[in-house]
Design a protein. Sequence first.
Length: 79
Amino acid sequence: MPFTSLKTAPPPHSIAVASCLSSITSAIAGALTAIFSGIARILNSIVSAIATAFIAVFNCIGDVLCCRCGGGRRRTRKV
């Protein structure tokens, strides 16, 4: 059996501390990931809503301009 000095083996409490720090770091990283993911989803929803509003406004402006100049969507007469 090989001889190992007492100085090379880490004390048991340092292993527990390292494990605890590792789990705390992992939990903090998971929380930050969830926070940034939530912020990204919210910003994505806001940008999508703004884009939809702009599309609706420009479609409405296009419809008004086309009706005034006589092009685009014309009403057909019922016979």
